[in-house]
Design a protein around this ligand. Structure first.
Ligand code: SAH
Length: 355
């Protein structure tokens, strides 16, 4: 039985259709009620059992008492004046807060979701990890970020990126469940090809994901072309060397046919020189891949400096000259604390001052 962390009641929004059916039968209801319930939970994105008007009042009350309907409460919405990007803070049932982002691109609308409250990976440039990991998110809490944002904006969600706070492969089972439900035509209905999962490089889990092949794009947070530099930015690099990570990504490509993206945040004076661009080209040479360059988003608790747009352009040209595909990630929502985990952090600091 799939249950919530906080009250151990069955978490209906996280259940697969057959699990929901077993639950409904155990509550003495007819099988077809499970289908109706699943539709309310996913297609209609119901925020309460009382909204489910084709279920009897007695059944709705029973569901209310004996199960949990995970619905996220929006506590803050910031809309960028520059590009329409919106950032949401949601409160969870246990009082934790998480952030999610809405972005409109020419090729469709994207939602960036968090996979954990906090993170324990410790990347030096990242705000999400400053207070460590609070807890994993459930599949329903990940789905709800997409559902609530789509209800609030009234627009279709085309793409989902798991690039918010948290390390998705450190919350493997819940993330896999989320992936199955968000791509289920009867639930989230989002095409597998339009989902990207970003990881700092947990090798066994990358291989496991390749074997289970939920059909999504893998993005690998590389950020350096050698282990020594990578270790200064990402503690996880002490556990897994590039000589293990790259073969795991190759394996992902072989198994899934999906081209892997490599994320490379440019940090002034650390990984942005011509020498680094050559090293990166040599490392990725011959691979069917794509490099996403991101001028590092400065976080006030960290000392790292970002690079200019022009410098990022030069770095990109050097990669392209060496035959490596690269794009510079458009900076979205700079005026609304765009960097991972920044908004959640400032909200928590403010709340603790009030308490
Ligand atoms: N844990 C996952 C996903 C979360 S972060 C991962 O490591 O991939 C999504 C991407 O944003 C990662 O590539 C991460 O390294 C990067 N990132 C985090 N903070 C950043 C910052 N301040 N500036 C630029 N990129 C950042």
């Amino acid at each position: 039985m799939i249950e919530t962390y906080w009250n151990h009641l069955p978490d209906v929004r996280a259940m697969y259709p057959e699990e929901l059916e077993a639950l409904i039968l155990s509550l003495g209801e007819k099988k077809f009620r499970a289908k109706q319930l699943f539709e309310w939970l996913h297609k209609k994105k119901a925020a309460s059992f009382q909204d489910m008007t084709n279920l009897s009042a007695a059944f709705r009350s029973r569901l209310e008492q004996e199960t949990e309907l995970v619905t996220l409460k929006p506590v803050q919405e910031l809309i960028s004046q520059v590009d329409g990007t919106r950032k949401y803070l949601f409160e969870l049932a246990d009082g934790n807060v998480i952030e999610s982002v809405w972005m409109e691109y020419k090729h469709g609308n994207s939602v960036c979701i968090s996979s954990q409250a906090g993170c324990r990976m410790g990347c030096r440039f990242c705000a999400s990890t400053l207070n460590g990991l609070e807890r994993n998110l459930t599949a329903s809490e990940m789905l709800e970020q997409v559902y609530r944002i789509s209800s609030i904006t009234g627009k279709r969600v085309d793409n989902v990126v798991i690039m918010g706070s948290g390390e998705p492969l450190d919350n493997y089972d819940n993330v896999l469940r989320f992936l199955h439900l968000i791509t289920d035509p009867g639930a989230g209905g989002i095409s597998r090809r339009n989902i990207t999962l970003s990881t700092c490089g947990l090798v066994p889990e990358i291989r496991r994901l390749a074997d289970e092949n939920p059909g999504v794009t893998l993005a690998l947070s590389l950020h350096a072309a050698d282990d020594e530099t990578r270790r200064t930015l990402m503690p996880i690099a002490r556990k897994y060397a590039l000589s293990e990570i790259l073969p795991a990504c190759d394996y992902y490509f072989e198994k899934t046919g999906r081209r892997v993206s490599y994320e490379y945040s440019l940090v002034k004076g650390v990984n942005d020189t011509a020498e680094e661009a050559d090293k990166l080209s040599a490392l990725l040479k011959g691979r069917n891949c794509h490099v996403n360059l991101i001028p590092v988003n400065p976080v006030k608790e960290r000392e790292f400096e970002t690079v200019t747009r022009a410098h990022a352009g030069q770095f990109k040209n050097m990669l392209e000259k060496n035959g490596i595909n690269a794009t510079i990630r458009r900076e979205m929502g700079r005026d609304i604390q765009g960097a991972c985990g920044q908004l959640r952090r400032s909200y928590k600091a403010h709340r603790s001052m009030q308490n």
